[in-house]
Design a protein around this ligand. Structure first.
Ligand SMILES: [Zn+2]
Length: 75
């Protein structure tokens, strides 16, 4: 079973992990805190891999920059 982390903004693959399918629990992945709707948005399970959409560092930095600029414009 493969875990694939990709950026949901730029679609870059961030990380791939080979994991034991039996060892994967939603708790371990931190998914148990998500609502079912959020899980649907973030997680895409295929036959042999689980794709997880997160935000990569680049996009996060960009987001920070945008909110910084927006904040400056507002104030
Ligand atoms: Zn990205």
């Amino acid at each position: 079973m493969k875990l694939v982390y990709y950026c949901s903004q730029c679609n870059d693959v961030i990380d791939r992990l080979e994991v034991d399918a039996e060892e994967i629990t939603e708790d371990k992945l931190g998914f148990s805190i998500l609502t079912p709707g959020e899980k649907e948005d973030i997680i895409n399970e295929t036959e042999d891999e689980i794709e997880i959409g997160i935000i990569c560092d680049d996009c996060e930095a960009e987001d920070d920059l945008i909110s910084l600029v927006n904040n400056n414009l507002i104030h």
